[in-house]
Design a binder for this molecule. Sequence first.
Ligand code: ADE
Ligand code: ZN
Length: 326
Amino acid sequence: TVTDDFIRGLPKAELHLHIEGSLEPELMFELSKRNGIDIPYASVEEVKAAYDFSRLQDFLDIYYAGANVLQTRADFHDMAMAYFRRAAADGVIHAELMFDPQTHTDRGIAFEEVIEGLLSARKQAEEELGMSSLLILCFLRHLSEEAAFETLKMAEPWIEHITAVGLDSSEVGHPPIKFAQVFAAAKEKGLKITAHAGEEGPPEYVWQALDQLHVDRIDHGNRALEDEKLTERLGEEQMTLTVCPLSNLKLCVIDDIKDHPIDRMLEAGLKATLNSDDPAYFGGYVGDNYRAVVDARGLSRDDVIALARNSFTGSFLPADKAAALV
Ligand code: ADE
Ligand code: ZN
């Protein structure tokens, strides 16, 4: 049997976490007061009641609105520290944080405020929790490639603090190939590459992420299973998939947690990991995601150990550092 203590006690990395998606309703209210920013909810309960989604876009609309309360570097710092503390309690010893600069710069918040807040939290998490972390700058795919280039340029003074670039937001209608040039430019700068693909979008988008963006990782990848050749390719390359079960459930990628494909992924020889995506919105942190699929799919201790091991070997840490954590 796989107990809660076993899950919690197993050292793990989290590879798919949008820091803006870790903003809990309680902190949203606190920041709304601190900054004098109105939010369209009267109470924490009302906020939580609004978290009822039928698809990715339903969630994104509410997630971008929630981010409005984030104004200063202190806000980004406090949000990230809350995440680090919560993740540490789940046995996370290394976290790779995605952030969406355009969500903030497009409403007049300086890139500097965003990143300096995140960097100071990273430092505090290392000192107080012994937790290592790194940053993944994500481009919003519903915006243009030109806007992504501008964001990459804005990040230039902090580029040494950024490990990878990612691609998120509304998937369908915004295929990876739309961003081929900006990802090539990021690779030139020595950045690692990841992209959300095959969450709602078709297997074709996963092929594009591989062949046009030259990704080091795929975020989600669920729909790759619809394509046998693609599944084979992902297995052969041992491409890391950052899978997010509770997100899949809340966004109706699956109808029931009992249908989650995590064990089919492992059986197919895919290098899957478990992650929380946007824990404040999807009802659980990484430990809850392990618990959910262990219960729904009857994963063994060995499966759980394999998933945790994949989280280190699939991380963007240098290979020697990752090996030391396994
Ligand atoms: N932004 C935050 N979470 C996301 C997800 N699951 N898919 C696409 N974009 C996102
Ligand atoms: Zn995501």
